[in-house]
Ligand binder design. Structure first.
Ligand SMILES: Cc1cc2nc3c(=O)[nH]c(=O)nc-3n(C[C@H](O)[C@H](O)[C@H](O)COP(=O)(O)OP(=O)(O)OC[C@H]3O[C@@H](n4cnc5c(N)ncnc54)[C@H](O)[C@@H]3O)c2cc1C
Length: 396
């Protein structure tokens, strides 16, 4: 079997993997980024909604190649059509740009490559190598050949279906309540307002929502996420979306030019994301925002920390779980509190009736919140609907 060596092996060249590889290479580590697909970023499995405010923090240069549309904000529609408009800065991690996700992922891989990371496509990691209580690399299939990759640190950035964490003995399993099953069409020839990312709540998408994210004036990603536990069978999610589209004359008249299906975790953060010689990042570490289902920004923010810590660990010659705690603490400081709060809010939101959604949206659209976040929203709701926020009392 062919054998290769590196300091840091990153499994998966999605946004989290590429940003990890980029920062680890910048820190001087010898990095190998492997991707099972033949093309980074393709096929796209994403609504392509992305907030902007975090890009600078991670150091990602904005690039016209991957910006399809820039929106002013979000419109949240209640079941009876009440609308709550939120400006882009406050609207969560899917509102700001509508991107070309395939180009975005490639641009991040370019940053990693420029910093010195090696990239191997069509390289499917099939298992990890464990020795003396440490993860020491992985075995992969590359263009029909088996390959042994020796590494001092392995980073699992292998997305929602991640196996790296499980192989290492970390519990990454999800309950059906903590999964949204998604399907999306790219539709053209529709009526959409390119200034807004639109979200439709209520029984049209039990436990989730329908989104219309405009790529331009007549083309948008029209998708749905439904809580898995609310589906009789996985195919039912398509019926929900098709039924909704049928009732929207401005969308029904359009043509479908693309279709994707997938799932997102809407869970609490994992209890553990590091082990000796191992780190998990992005969807593999269940870092998606449980309210919006957006995972790109959280994944990239954590990935910067992951890459930096990987670089430091290589420089120090210490790949122990103890050293890698620096990553665990770093990403939790950035994301954990909000993720946990939003998970609690999601647990409540999925129980609400259409009538309550209508009342809530009416209330929120007439309320001026100083800063829009789940905590401030719950406080505003508490005054009028104390029963809804009862279960959050400890939190408030
Ligand atoms: C329908 C849908 C719509 C979404 N819409 C949005 C949105 O609008 N905004 C948003 O922010 N987020 C959205 N998300 C979530 C977002 O796509 C993810 O959070 C994001 O892609 C996570 O990035 P990642 O790098 O962790 O994982 P991924 O992007 O999934 O990348 C993982 C990579 O690992 C590779 N891989 C997996 N296993 C192996 C292996 N064994 N060997 C080698 N390579 C492997 C995969 O091929 C893949 O390229 C959506 C998700 C879905 C399903």
């Amino acid at each position: 079997m062919k054998e290769i060596n590196c300091d840091v092996l990153v499994v998966g060249a999605g946004p989290a993997g590429s940003v990890t590889a980029w920062y680890a290479a910048k820190a001087g580590a010898n990095v190998l980024l492997v991707e099972k697909r033949q093309e980074i970023g393709s096929p796209v499995r994403c609504g392509e909604g992305l907030s902007k405010y975090w890009l600078k923090d991670v150091g990602i240069p904005e690039d016209r190649r991957w910006i399809a549309n820039e929106v002013d904000g979000a419109r949240i529609f209640s079941p009876s059509g009440k609308v709550w408009e939120i400006n882009e800065k406050d609207a969560g991690n899917e509102v700001g740009y509508v991107i070309e996700r395939d180009q975005f992922d490639k641009a991040l891989a370019e940053l990693a490559a420029r910093a010195g990371a090696e990239i191997m496509l069509k390289t499917w990691v099939k298992g990890i190598i464990k020795r003396d209580g440490y993860i020491r690399g992985a075995v992969a299939r590359h263009m029909g050949d088996d390959l042994k990759i020796n590494a001092k640190i392995v980073v699992g950035a292998d997305g929602y279906e991640s196996q790296v964490g499980r192989w290492a003995g970390i519990d990454t399993s999800l309950k059906p309540n903590d999964i949204d099953s998604c399907i999306q069409y790219r539709m053209t020839g529709i009526d959409c307002d390119r200034r807004y990312c639109d979200f439709y709540l209520g029984s049209c998408a039990p436990g989730g929502y329908i989104w219309v994210f405009p790529k331009n004036e007549d083309t948008a990603n029209v998708g749905i996420g439904v809580q898995l536990s609310k589906l009789k069978n996985p195919g039912e999610v398509k019926h929900y979306l098709d039924r909704w589209i049928d009732k929207q004359p401005g969308i029904r008249k359009g043509k479908k030019i693309d279709m994707v299906a997938g799932a997102v975790s809407i869970s609490q953060p994992l209890e553990k994301t590091v082990d000796n010689g191992l780190m998990l990042v992005g969807d593999a570490a269940r870092m998606i925002d449980p309210i919006t289902g957006g995972g790109v920004s959280n994944g990239c923010k954590a990935a910067k920390v992951c890459g930096e810590v990987a670089g430091e660990a290589i420089a120090a010659g210490d790949y122990s779980a103890e050293f890698l705690q620096k990553y665990e603490k770093g990403w939790r400081a950035l994301l954990e509190e909000k993720q946990y709060r939003n998970w609690l809010a999601k647990e409540k939101l999925v129980t609400l009736s259409d009538k309550v959604f209508d009342d809530l949206l009416e209330l929120l659209s007439g309320t001026k919140l100083e800063r829009l976040n789940v905590l401030n929203m719950l406080n505003a709701v508490r005054e009028k609907y104390p029963e809804i926020v009862k279960e959050f009392e400890d939190f408030l």
